[in-house]
Design a protein around this ligand. Sequence first.
Ligand code: P6P
Length: 334
Amino acid sequence: MATNEEEKLALPVGVTLDRFIKSHQAAFSFATGELSQLLRDIALAAKIVNREVNRAGLGDLTGALGTANVQGENQQKLDVIAHIRFGRALRNGGEVAGIVSEEEENIIETGNNDGGYVVALDPLDGSSNIDVNVSIGTIFTIFRRVSPKGVPVQMADFLQGGRAQVAAGYVLYGTSTVLVFTTGHGVNGFTYEHSLGEFFLSHPRLVIPQDGQIYSCNEGNWHDFAEPIQQYLDYCRQQRYSARYIGSLVGDFHRNLLKGGIYLYPATAKAPHGKLRLLYECYPLAFLAEQAGGAANNGLVPILDVPITAIHQRTPFFTGSVHMLNKVAHCESQ
Ligand code: P6P
């Protein structure tokens, strides 16, 4: 038996994602190992995309592709690479019957007609930051399919609403690469150890502070904002809060989750229904926010209760510390 001194020679490396999933199998509603396998498939894709992101500048992987996605936005090369990598990992994993991606107008049938799940994702959010080396991220959400197994997925599988999500999360490709997800039993974060090729539990049971002093908003849109939003931003300035907005939703969300804060993307003249997508950006982050003791709404109702009628539907988005969201609501009630 090793002595304490000897034990210190070989400190434990920590809990791997795999071991965490296996030890929390009971927490994965419905899963008979299927959802666990699906999360491993996502982690695999994240490792591959992480490698591509980290070497983008070396292999001519930065810059635009010269094409536009369904949103009419210029696609960066890494947008398409991430879209392909996640699609391939989910298809090959066998559990996912269909995919909705920001980069594809229509539902993607994987051919896994016996798969019990569907996934919606933004493969690489904030990609305009790639060329300037600012953090970017992947956002994903998982639903059990409602259409019968054995046939291709249906549109209804993706239009179940925010409260039907069985898991959701994001990957932040930043100073380190972290995977944060929930299966409805709290929020946990895992940091990628490149040398071992493993994600290790680094942020167990994440809880967002009830209040914060950081606000994330593109104040360049000030003159588009409704007066209550202007009032709230004025309040933040009067309180000498810190303005932190990096143009990558995942980066801003993650910082606010850890430190407390609020992210606001109200309707603007350019985006009268909001810019962010309900299904694969706002639903998953709202699920995480609520699971971490925070909140998310569209200015009127909780995001998870916003009805969905289209897979690329947009919405105004406010998320973060509960007391800060309450203050926005107070401004709106005046
Ligand atoms: P704007 C990136 O395009 C994104 O979807 C989010 O990651 C980010 O917070 C927001 O849009 C930035 O939008 O209009 O402020 O440049």
